[in-house]
Ligand binder design. Structure first.
Ligand code: HEM
Length: 308
């Protein structure tokens, strides 16, 4: 396991004030240069160090420069260096695996969109052209098609993990509900994507799907009208499915994943149930809630103490 501490940028230094002999900012050359001396290293206060030594440190300083303007270190530190409960195991990687599957879908989807035409006459032809003629087209299409199934499987296994580890319980109910929304959105991606090749199978399967939606209570009929986008199943339906598939739902998924991960970082992850079982009563919930309120999520949520 690499030492994550080493990956962090060095501590930040305040930039020299304008007019300081070592600094820029007032448009004046450093005093040393005016006298014709060698310049001091821009990244060190050590007057003995030459510029050539400083150049070696430049990438680290670039990170510092960006960080000073964006404050990314605190975010990355919170994400990467957060404490995790004792007993954390491979099952805890399923959420990240689902995230990875989503990113792959987003990237391959962008390339497919470059060749796809959402019209009943051209949709099938554009996909056949992509598959047969475009360099790596079949491969990218295959990744997107099989990746959709992989994402659905991973999301269910991740959901099962959080269920069986009791991670849906207080105080993480909202994250569970956000997860359910993510599950519905992911299924919507599968449903709307299925129509896009516009071949016989996708056409008839989608008609069945839209009709099933129509049988739902209260909103059912409105939902199927919305999806059909007109009295007949045709051009407007395909355009609507395409817009939902490539703009509406991915945008919602990105927003929901942001909220989901925010809560994971804020609350920390739940310790495995077999470690929580022997937790003494006084260590339990109230202590956990206090810790989350203090912004020290994982410390409290692990129950048995957090390993870093
Ligand atoms: C696009 C879909 C999803 C992504 C990218 C995602 C991502 C993640 C990640 C990275 C974590 C932290 C690591 C882990 O525990 O695996 C997590 C935790 C969690 N997820 Fe998801 N998730 C998704 C869907 C879901 C679904 C469908 C549910 C349940 C209905 C769910 C419920 C939870 C809960 C309750 C936690 C907290 C786990 C704990 O405290 O131990 N997530 N998710």
């Amino acid at each position: 396991m690499p030492d994550l501490q080493k990956l962090l940028p060095p501590p930040m230094r305040r930039p020299p004030k304008p007019g300081h002999p070592n600094g820029a900012g007032n448009g004046d050359a450093p005093a040393a240069l005016k006298n014709g001396d060698e310049p001091e290293s821009p990244v060190t206060d050590n007057p003995g160090k030459r510029l050539t030594t400083g150049v070696k440190d430049a990438p680290a300083d670039l990170v510092g420069w960006v960080d000073e303007r964006m404050g990314a270190t605190s975010f990355l530190t919170a994400m990467l260096m957060r404490k995790i409960p004792k007993g954390t195991n491979w099952f805890y990687t399923l959420g990240s695996a689902t995230l990875f599957a989503f990113v792959v879908q987003a990237i391959t989807g962008v390339f497919l969109a470059m060749y796809y035409t959402p019209s009943p006459v051209e949709a099938y032809a554009s996909i056949t052209h992509l598959t047969n003629d475009v360099f790596l087209g079949e491969f990218v299409r295959g990744m997107h098609k099989w990746g959709a199934s992989v994402m659905v499987i991973l999301i269910f296994v991740h959901m099962a993990r959080t269920f069986f580890f009791g991670a849906y319980k207080y105080p993480r109910e909202i994250n569970w509900v956000i997860g359910v929304v993510l599950l519905i959105l992911t299924m919507t991606m599968g449903f709307t994507g299925y129509l896009l090749p516009f071949d016989q199978r996708s056409y008839w399967a989608t008609i069945v799907g839209v009709n099933i939606n129509g049988t739902g209570p209260l909103v059912g009929p409105y939902l199927s009208d919305f999806l059909r986008a007109g009295p007949e199943f045709g051009a407007t339906t395909l355009q609507r499915f395409y817009a939902i598939h490539m703009l509406l739902v991915p945008g919602a998924i990105i927003a929901m994943i942001g909220a989901h991960l925010y809560l994971v970082v804020k609350m920390g992850t739940t310790a495995p149930p077999w470690l929580r079982a022997d937790r003494k009563p006084k260590e339990s919930r109230s202590h956990e809630v206090d810790a989350i309120a203090n912004g020290d999520g994982a410390n409290g949520s692990s129950g048995n103490g957090a390993a870093s």
